[in-house]
Structures are given as structure tokens and as C-alpha cells.
Ligand binder design. Structure first.
Ligand code: EPU
Length: 420
């Protein structure tokens, strides 16, 4: 098993280019199941999650061809039942449910379990599909969703933590082939939902309002194959911006979408990080002293939960007290104990982490627990004195394309080695 060996203390310098967004490409790949025709997706990042999704689509009968960052998918014929062993590997695979229901009027998928960041239920996905007329049954760990007809409906998708991103995607994908008009209230507003709606509209769907809390979908009879370029990964861009600030470096980030990153850029500015913005390019400048800021994660356009762990590292390095509150996932603080191994002073009080920043971090072996926690540990390792070994980096490979190579290109002393 691979791990990363990082010799810290080197400021990152240079240029890096952002890859396509993982959380946009996964539902878009699933959406190709809605047509018999061929779809071509461009700027697809080379990630293990993308490879899992390709395998899942193949197991359902689709033909998938990967050529560099271009993925061609054609689902001429489909079966509605997905393989448990594939689904359980990736929670994001739940987004095949909506397209299978839309096209086949039937889907059977194994229920995804919880994961380290929280329980991750799918009740809202199922509620939306039920409102469209589907009958839901759960048996033997599988969820079976069956509809003789899908009929447009008014659907409220707000949950205890606000809207659901993949739930919105799933209901939208089922509703595009329903009879009549569907309105989703309390829809997720994330740019990835907007990219999916854009993709579906190119296919011939009639969706308006994506990016706002109310999405209206007028059902159509069938959809066609299209070509599409996925949006850049706003979480990857934020991760590099924070890595640059944490190592006191100067990095130019190309191909980003700063308009998808307002909350992160604003928080970094409040913390004293100097960032120049020019079109699709962000330059994090070597700045003066940083100051602590409080952060609360929220649905888009609030501060993303997927950047919480990385921001915590920056605050751990910044003298003073900051409070980081996690409002999306109940146990997304697994990185805290690992950061403590590097010398960070962080305690957890309910949904908040109290960060007493400014302590010098020093390298240690640490264990990655999930994707964003892994990114945080890599940033901490680069900012720490000495050598850090980040183990279990398969989490990192799920969602960051060639991160070790990209960081090495910025001067980081980082090496992929066998796990210690
Ligand atoms: N929730 C429910 N019921 C549901 C669905 C969600 O109560 O039926 C709750 C969740 O438990 C959570 C909140 O609603 O408390 C938000 O979850 P959401 O459904 O929005 O998360 P998701 O769609 O499963 C996507 C991303 C996550 C990202 C979240 C929040 C993908 C593949 N995953 O998950 O990405 O953190 O939205 O923005 O798009 C990551 O990339 O590291 C990652 C975990």
C-alpha cells in the first residue's frame, strides 16, 4: 500500500493547473445512463473514484472508453441492478439510482453504509423518488426503487443539515424523464449541481433554476448523447491555495473558477492571505502575518465542508484562537487527532474544533481517514519541520489527481513510498 513521505519546511512556489471536479464528474457519468446514445465527457480527472464509477457503469451494461482526460460512455442497453461489491467501495455511486429509475423505471442498489465522516443517510433521495411515484422497498441491504410511471411533483428536499447535493442530483435525473413538471424546493445550489443540470439540458432536458433553491424540471420523452467539459475542481483549487499559504509560499493556480470559491477566498483574505485574482487564475502571494478566523461550514455558497480540514491546518499554524464549526457532517473531525500527533493544539467541543494556533508542527507518521483529512495531513506535513509519513493515501487518490506530482512540481519534497 502506498504512503507519502514528506520532508517539510519548503515553501511551495510555481504554477499548478486544476483538474476537473470529482463531484461534478461522478453524477455526470451517471447521467449518461439516461440515453442510449454516446456521451463524451472532457476534463475528466484521473482518480480512483472515477475508475470505480466507470466499472459500475460497465457492470450495468454501458461501454466506457477512457482516453487521457476524455471519457466516452454509451449505455445502449442497461440492467437495473448494481453490484454490491462495486457500490460499497464508493458512496458517491448512489447517484446511479436517479438515472436508472428515470430510464428503466427500476433500480436496485445496495444501500451505502455510513462512512468515517458521518452516517450519510439517503432518506431524502428516496423521499424525492417516492414523490415522483416510485415504490421503495428495502430488503437484504438493497434498496429497490420501482415505478410504473414517474409523474412530476412538488418535492421538498431540505433535511436536518440543509439540502442534499447527490439527493438533488438523483431526483433531478429521475425527473427529467418523468411526465409533467417537477419542482424541487430546498435544492442544493452547489456548482456541481449546476454543471449536471447544464449537461442534462444539453441532452435535451428542460431544467431551470439550477444553482438556486428552486429547480423546475419539465419532463421530456427521451434524451440524446452530448459532449461536455466538466467544471474545474473548486476544492482542489482551495486545497492548493491553503497549501501555498500554510507553507508561506507563492503559487499561481491556473484553470480555477474563483466565482465558485467566494466563501473560501473571503475567509483566506480575512486571515490575511494575499490572493490576486485574474480571470481563471489565482495567485497566492507570500504575505505578512496571518490572523485567526472562525469558520462554519455550510451548504453552498457557504464555506464548504470539503475544505474544513485543510483550513484547520492553516489555523493551527496561525497564532491565536480560532473556532471551526462543522455543520454538514457530524463526525468530520477525524483529522484532529492526527494533527495532534504533529503537535497541533486542537480540542473538540460538540460540532466545533477549538484551535489554539501558532505551535510549531513537527513531522510524524500519521494515518489518513478520509479524502479531505488526507489533504489536510499532507499540507500539515509540508508545513511541519522534519519528516511526515502519511499512510493510507488511497483516500487521497480517490479525489486529487496526481497530487504528489503536482506538489513536487511546486517544490515540495514529497515521495510516494510503500506504507511504513
Ligand atoms: N443527508 C440526509 N439525508 C439524505 C442525504 C443527506 O440527512 O438523504 C444529510 C447528510 O447526512 C449530511 C447533509 O445531508 O449531513 C449533506 O449531505 P449531502 O447529501 O449534500 O452529501 P453528498 O451529496 O452525499 C456530496 C459530496 C461530498 C460533500 C457533500 C457536501 C459527492 C460525490 N460528494 O456528498 O464530497 O462533502 O456533498 O457538500 O458529490 C468529498 O468530496 O470529500 C465529499 C465527501
Amino acid at each position: 500500500m502506498d504512503s507519502l513521505l514528506i520532508r517539510g519546511g519548503v515553501p511551495l512556489r510555481g504554477d499548478v493547473t486544476i483538474s476537473g471536479a470529482k463531484n461534478a464528474v461522478l453524477p455526470i457519468m451517471a447521467a449518461t445512463l439516461l440515453t442510449r446514445e454516446k456521451c463524451v465527457i472532457r476534463r475528466v480527472p484521473d482518480l480512483s473514484d472515477v475508475r470505480f464509477m466507470a466499472q459500475i457503469l460497465e457492470s450495468l451494461g454501458a461501454k466506457v472508453k477512457v482516453d487521457g482526460d476524455v471519457v466516452t460512455i454509451q449505455a445502449a442497453r442497461l440492467k437495473p441492478v448494481a453490484d454490491y461489491d462495486l457500490i460499497r467501495k464508493m458512496r458517491g455511486s448512489i447517484c446511479i439510482l436517479g438515472p436508472l429509475l428515470g430510464r428503466q423505471r427500476h433500480a436496485r442498489v445496495s444501500l451505502p453504509g455510513g462512512c468515517v465522516i458521518g452516517t450519510r443517510p439517503i432518506d431524502l433521495h428516496l423521499k424525492g423518488m417516492k414523490d415522483l411515484g416510485a415504490v421503495i422497498s428495502i430488503e437484504g441491504g438493497n434498496v429497490d426503487v420501482l415505478a410504473r410511471r414517474l409523474i412530476g411533483a412538488d418535492i421538498f428536499l431540505g433535511g436536518r443539515a440543509g439540502p442534499t447535493v447527490l439527493g438533488t442530483a438523483n431526483v433531478m435525473m429521475a425527473a427529467v424523464l418523468a411526465d409533467g413538471v417537477t419542482t424541487i424546493e430546498s435544492a442544493a445550489c452547489e456548482p456541481e449541481v449546476v454543471d449536471l443540470a447544464y449537461f442534462l439540458n444539453k441532452m435535451g432536458a428542460k431544467i431551470i433554476g439550477a444553482g438556486s433553491p428552486t429547480i423546475t424540471i419539465t419532463g421530456v420523452k427521451e434524451l440524446a448523447g452530448v459532449e461536455h467539459e466538466v467544471i474545474p475542481d473548486r476544492i482542489e483549487a482551495a486545497t492548493f491555495a491553503i497549501a501555498a499559504a500554510a507553507t508561506k509560499g507563492e503559487v499561481t493556480i491556473h484553470g480555477a473558477r474563483p466565482d465558485h470559491m467566494h466563501a473560501v477566498l473571503d475567509k483566506l483574505k480575512d486571515a490575511g492571505v494575499k490572493i490576486e485574482r485574474k480571470g481563471l487564475t489565482l495567485t497566492v502571494k507570500k504575505g505578512g502575518r496571518l490572523k485567526p478566523v472562525d469558520v462554519t461550514t455550510l451548504p453552498y455558497a457557504g464555506f464548504p465542508t470539503d475544505v474544513q480540514a485543510q483550513m484547520m491546518v492553516l489555523m493551527a499554524l496561525t497564532p491565536g484562537l480560532s473556532i471551526i464549526t462543522e455543520r454538514i457532517f457530524e463526525s468530520r473531525f477525524m483529522h484532529v487527532s492526527e494533527l495532534a500527533r504533529l503537535g497541533a493544539d486542537i480540542s473538540i467541543e460538540g460540532p466545533s474544533a477549538i484551535v489554539k494556533g501558532g505551535r510549531l508542527l513537527s513531522g510524524a507518521p500519521v494515518m489518513a481517514s478520509d479524502l479531505r483529512a488526507s489533504a489536510a495531513l499532507v499540507i500539515a506535513g509540508m508545513a511541519a519541520r522534519g519528516t511526515t509519513h502519511v499512510n493510507r493515501i488511497y483516500h487521497l487518490d480517490r479525489g486529487y489527481e496526481k497530487i504528489d506530482q503536482k506538489l513536487a512540481g511546486l517544490g515540495a519534497r514529497i515521495q510516494r513510498v510503500d506504507q511504513v
